[in-house]
Ligand binder design. Structure first.
Ligand SMILES: *Cc1c(COP(=O)(O)O)cnc(C)c1O
Length: 480
């Protein structure tokens, strides 16, 4: 299987290069040259298949040059770390409505599904390409991704990871999760400034040729764990395949609603559909930063708008980088059109897709947005009706799912974070007053009778390992 760029200006790459490089050399995103489809026998088998076997079947179709035994081990090691042993359990709230919980991994958010597996894929790719250098992963984080990357790369052979977080820009619990990180190949720094300062510092390191050369002499190469990497998207295709085959009635399909930010999660559902999994409609749920909902409704993507800080911060995004892959697929592989859209976005701040492309998108996707107030109301309402507790990101999805669910047709809401990860907002939603940090976790637990997830709870007892705080200007110097 070869990978080509959405912008069509570079040579096809094999899977290991695509995963090790992340971004295509022409600035586009790598996509598989052809989307593999399931055979009739595979479809039959997938109906009762367990998660790890499903993952192996899906991954092998895209990563045929990676040795099967190593893929198997990588999948096992990645998902054994999930509480209860099941990476994507579906809780049925009604006969035709389920919630797929993707947050039973080490950091209690859905990014674990990809970030537990991708580092192991990178390690395999490093070995089969004969790369000798250690992959040095740099991450600037506004909270969730940093911790998930630390846990994912922790002690993975041939890799090292350094995370930069804004000194005062993450929650107390998120900070505690990062500064107590264990593992022999991890490093964490606070940065004086906001997320953008940290991000700019990381970009400056990535683009410094001299630094790259001096690093190479020490046997290290810089790399990224960004969500545009194909190795991060692919593990997410698996849970759609698993849930769709597991829940679809004979001859029918399952609809999915997905709380969306960078468009990676929901795009994985689109790939599952193209592979022949019984996926019906895909509902894109946005918070007040509803640039994607506007796009799906009108065909105009316009980033020239106000940025809101919401109670679903992992969806506070104005430029959804993975959307580029959908533009490519829905435009039937017209990479010249993709180049035009991206150029227009860069120079003018917006683009308008062709009527045919919009039609193709709307034949699969629905979209709807939800305010903070509406999300809080949903949390309270769902808890009252079903005794089920959801986090603010999932609540945004619930709001959209209610609007688009068709009675009698299975709908699965993708739940992206544990309610305990955003306990302060959830307490507010339940009308239980204010509390901060770990106190909020305890309060939510005593109020609902649900246990604080063990991995979150453990953080308060772990020793602090990382106390250094650097200015953006000092970041490069850490690698000399
Ligand atoms: C990252 C994230 C999302 C958004 O997923 P995308 O793939 O970026 O669309 C939603 N919810 C949570 C909790 C997340 O961490």
């Amino acid at each position: 299987m070869k990978y080509i760029s959405t912008r069509g200006l570079c040579e096809p790459a094999d899977a290991p290069s695509a995963i090790l490089e992340g971004l295509a050399p022409d600035g586009g995103l790598f996509v598989p040259e052809e989307i593999p489809v399931f055979t009739e026998e595979e479809k039959e088998a997938l109906r009762g298949m367990e998660y790890r076997d499903t993952a192996l079947l899906v991954l092998r179709k895209y990563l045929d040059s990676l040795p099967e035994e190593r893929l198997k081990t990588a999948i096992r090691d990645a998902y054994d770390s999930f509480e209860g042993g099941e990476p994507a359990p579906v809780r049925m709230l009604r006969q035709d409505f389920g919630v797929m919980e993707l947050w039973h991994g080490p950091t209690c958010a859905f990014k674990d599904i990809a970030l537990q597996l991708m580092p192991r894929l990178m390690s395999i790719c490093r070995d089969i390409t004969g790369l000798k250098e250690v992959l040095e992963i740099l991450v600037a984080t506004s909270g969730d991704t940093g911790k998930a990357a630390l846990e994912g790369f922790k002690d993975v052979p041939g890799t090292a990871v350094t995370v930069f977080y804004p000194e005062n820009g993450v929650s107390a619990v998120q900070k505690a999760q990062m500064v107590t990180q264990q593992g022999s190949n991890v490093q964490v720094y606070a940065v004086k400034g906001n997320f953008d300062d940290a991000q700019t510092g990381v970009k400056a390191i990535f683009t410094d040729r001299e630094l790259a050369e001096s690093r190479a002499r020490q046997g290290r190469v810089f790399s990224s764990a960004n969500s545009i990497n194909w190795g991060r998207l692919l593990p997410q295709v698996v849970y759609y395949v698993k849930a769709a085959f597991g829940l679809a009635p004979k001859g029918g399909t399952v609809d999915f609603t997905v709380p969306t930010g960078n468009f990676g999660d929901i795009l994985a559902g689109f790939y599952a559909r193209r592979m022949g999994a019984p996926v019906g409609r895909l509902v894109c749920a946005s918070n007040s930063n509803d640039v994607l909902t506007q796009f799906i409704c009108t065909g105009v993507y316009d980033r020239r708008r106000e940025f809101y800080r919401t109670i679903s911060p992992s969806m506070d995004i104005l430029v959804s980088s993975n959307l580029e892959r959908l533009l490519y697929l829905a435009g039937n592989g017209d990479s010249a059109a993709v180049r035009e859209y991206m150029e227009s976005l860069r120079t003018q701040g917006f683009y308008t897709v062709s009527p045919e492309t919009l039609e193709n998108i709307r034949s699969v996707f629905d979209a709807c947005s939800c305010t903070d107030e509406e999300a809080l109301a949903v949390i309270g309402d769902v808890y009252m009706r079903h005794g089920y507790l959801m986090d603010p990101h999932t609540a945004v999805g619930m709001y959209a799912a209610r609007r688009f669910a068709v009675p009698g047709r299975p709908m699965v809401l993708v739940s992206t974070a544990s309610p305990f990860k955003f306990a302060e907002s959830v307490l507010r939603a339940l009308g239980a007053g204010e509390a901060e940090g770990f106190e909020a976790l305890d309060k939510l637990s005593s109020l609902t009778g649900l246990a604080v997830p063990a991995r979150l709870d453990a953080v308060r007892r772990l020793p602090v390992r990382f106390r250094d705080c650097v200015t953006p200007g000092e970041m490069k110097g850490l690698f000399r």
